[in-house]
Design a protein around this ligand. Structure first.
Ligand code: PLP
Length: 379
């Protein structure tokens, strides 16, 4: 089955009891047993819920995995991956990663003996040099947030495999429509389904997808033992969002290409970060591992004062100033003070995340209207 068909059909069966075409919201905490231990495969809703099971089957199909495990948020999914490790183990992560991922690794797991190091992965050979005997997990995010750098998933996963190290790819920015890391050698794919997969900015949700049944069992065990499960209503909303994932992401990418091109020609714009430009350092890799170049664009102004960036961000009318991304509506944001405020300024500046960097999440509106809004805001 091809992607669009899987988005609509994978894991979705009419309800056997009623014939309901759409997966019902099974709002129950427990399930009747006819005798102790005799049941329909469902005992208690932290462990299994039919709405969640349908979503997990669908997500596994979208990422070409054997199984998926859903969580109450993207960071709860990350938390479960780190629980595969033990004190003294090290995670090697890309140096330009989501602020919340960095915060959890350093400020929560650091207290429990996790070592984390943040390294340049844009040259895969550098990863081989950075591996230590304690490295047990390699954490990739690509395209990165908010610099839109590209990591060669296939090359880094091949190095990890040689050393017997687990790889996890945070695929939130690309979505399963654009990029499928399991096909490129990754062990685990993580999504904040809050973003493109849900797609309507109305639910917080996370998931992991794996291609190894034994690893899936370990993650299901952690999910059940620790309990960060999503509610059935949230699973229903994510299932509903997925039905248009391919249409939304396709349009958002087309709009992003138009907006990026417009910004690149703007006399007041210093630099536009978008992997679709032939001049982008990761362009060739992006062409190989992504179907389109994504709908996230970030840029710096020539007058790179904080005041100027603030002025532009508070003047947009269609672009809403807000955290998050991946919804049908376009958002504008200031990573330095919003999503990446938990990363120390020196760390930020090292990767080019300046005080005046502006990040756009391009939605599915009409590109002409989005460009007109930026035109009046940049002035
Ligand atoms: C939002 C986000 C997360 C965290 O997901 P939540 O659902 O907010 O917990 C992780 N990684 C990336 C790249 C994100 O954008």
């Amino acid at each position: 089955m091809k992607f669009a068909t899987k988005a609509i059909h994978a894991g979705i069966e009419p309800d056997p009891g009623t014939g309901a075409v759409m997966t019902p919201i099974f709002q129950t905490s427990t399930y009747a047993q006819s005798a102790p231990g005799v049941h329909h495969g469902y005992e208690y809703a932290r462990t299994q819920n039919p709405t969640r099971s349908a979503l997990e089957k669908n997500l596994a199909a979208l990422e070409n995995g054997v199984d998926a495990i859903c969580f109450s948020s993207g960071l709860a999914a990350q938390d479960a991956v780190i629980k595969l490790l033990k004190a003294g183990d090290e995670v090697l992560a890309v140096n330009d990663l989501y602020g919340g991922s960095y915060r959890q690794m350093v400020r929560v797991w650091g207290n429990w003996g996790l070592k984390s190091r943040f390294v340049d992965m844009y040259n895969a050979d550098n990863v081989a040099k950075e591996i230590s005997p304690d490295t047990k997990l390699i954490w990739i995010e690509t395209p990165t947030n908010p610099m839109l750098n590209i990591v060669d998933i296939q090359a880094v996963c091949a190095i990890a495999r040689k050393h017997g190290i687990i790889t996890c790819v945070d695929n939130t920015f690309a979505s399963p429509y654009l990029q499928n890391p399991l096909d490129l050698g990754a062990d685990i794919v993580l999504h904040s389904a809050t973003k493109y997969i849900g797609g309507h900015s109305d639910v917080v949700h996370g998931c992991l997808i794996v291609k190894d049944a034994e690893l899936a069992q370990r993650l299901h065990f952690i999910q059940n033992a620790c309990g960060a499960v999503p509610g059935p209503q949230d699973c229903f909303l994510i299932l509903r969002g997925i039905k248009t994932l391919h249409l939304r992401v396709q349009r958002a990418c087309e709009n992003a290409a138009a907006v990026a091109q417009y910004l690149a020609n703007h006399p007041k714009v210093a630099k536009v970060h978008w992997p679709g430009f032939a001049s982008h350092a990761g362009h060739e890799i992006a062409k190989r591992q992504m179907r389109m170049f994504g709908a996230m664009v970030s840029f710096d102004l020539k007058d790179n004062s904080m005041e100027n960036a603030t002025r532009v961000m508070s003047r947009t009318e269609l672009f809403t100033l807000a955290e998050s991304l991946g919804g049908v509506e376009s958002l504008i944001g200031h990573p330095a003070s919003m999503t990446h405020a938990s990363i120390p300024r020196e760390e930020r500046l090292k990767v080019g995340l300046t005080d005046s960097l502006i990040r756009l999440s391009i939605g599915v509106e009409d590109a002409d209207d989005l460009i007109a809004d930026l035109e009046q805001a940049i002035g």
